[in-house]
Write a protein that binds this ligand. Sequence first.
Ligand code: GLN
Length: 481
Amino acid sequence: MDVATLTIEKVQELLRGRAVTARELAEQHLARIEARNRELGAFLSLCPERALAQAEGIDRKISAGELLPPLAGVPVAIKDVIVTRGVPTTAGSRILENYRPPYDATAVARLEQAGAVILGKTNCDEFAMGSSTENSGYFPCRNPADLERVPGGSSGGSAAAVADGLAVAALGSDTGGSIRQPAGFCGIVGLMGTYGRVSRYGLIAFASSLDHIGPLTRTVRDAAVMLGVIAGRDPNDSTSADVPVPDYAAALERPVRGLKLGVPKEYFGAGLDAEVRAQVEKGIARLGELGCEVREVSLPHTDFAIACYYIIATAEASSNLARYDGVRYALRAPEAETLEAMYHRTRGRGFGAEVKRRIMLGTYALSAGYYEAYYLKAQKVRALLYRDFVEAFQQVDAIVTPTSPTPAFKLGEKTDDPLEMYLADIYTVTGDLAGVPGLSVPCGKTKAGLPVGLQLFTRHFDEARLLQLAHAFEEAGGFAL
Ligand code: GLN
């Protein structure tokens, strides 16, 4: 058995056929992590006791001939911005070093109720702020397709883990592209549901109006199964939507013939790498061959998205991160004579450079005299971006774009220029700002063997259509283009 190519479906088949036990599967994954993680840097911590206890519970169910839940025995990894009871949760930050939360995030609890085996916590940019996982407060993560290159970010550890066979599926978070961009860079599937589709309870807040939890998987079917488990109203998150969750896996096989696809011209302009463009254009042609009606559309405010995102995201971050004051959580700088000195030292020592930069930017954007010029203006632009999508969706059923303007870049290539790094999110932030669901599916490789991602967006709460299109694309060999 090759653990690196397992899917949720395959795991279920093997367990039901008694070809392997859940405990063996967990042990094999833990051993592979042990062997590979030094090189990859995908995991920050492991929780083998919790994993093995859960796996043994599943094995007992199998022996007793009980009906198995949808994720029974599936080894999963959790991005370290998502809290896990008793298991270190650092958000990739030194300020939360050794923090062990007293509760589980709703998404984590739902995964375990569905039988998933949680292996550990994955590396990420500090507080999910970044596009390469180089802003991790611990160590960078590398791309399994080329160890000289980044896996993307901020959910880089989750993407690398799934791509390299260290977990069958993972949870990530997406505020401006952090699920879809690393999925694209690592050659796997990344899904962000509609804002409110998945509870954020237990997601360490970065920018609350933009934050999402979602799955990273090897196949579209696996993404559908994972979303089905974690989606749905949660009384612990007032922004989680009370919208029925359809059977996503059942929607996959519906024919895509006749569906209307919009290609926004603004996503194919300057800055788009020629090889990425060629792959994505081939991908769009493939969707056309499947019977989709492809036409050009316009999302006219796209040019303002990066500026708008980096005002709103930093403003919300500056407010959310005020809680790390050395009093309530993990790190507290010792030997301070006054309360103020303690705040200074704790935050000065605990936060990395990018997080500090964003707290300063966000505080500025929210301060008296600047609020109207920056924050309020950005909110107005956000409304225009939202309207762009709503209007486009009056003409088409889905929008198709590249996930990122370039394939995975080299470690260190963009670390000296934050603006360059921010531009890696140019095609993904729009979806978060508009609140629509988005997905990245593999769309071939560059000549150097680097994965390319194709991104799809659909209407609010229309994840079933998103998955249906991505599944048809995958079945038609999108991965191999
Ligand atoms: N790369 C973007 C940022 O740095 C998005 C991060 C995210 O989605 N968490 O803010």
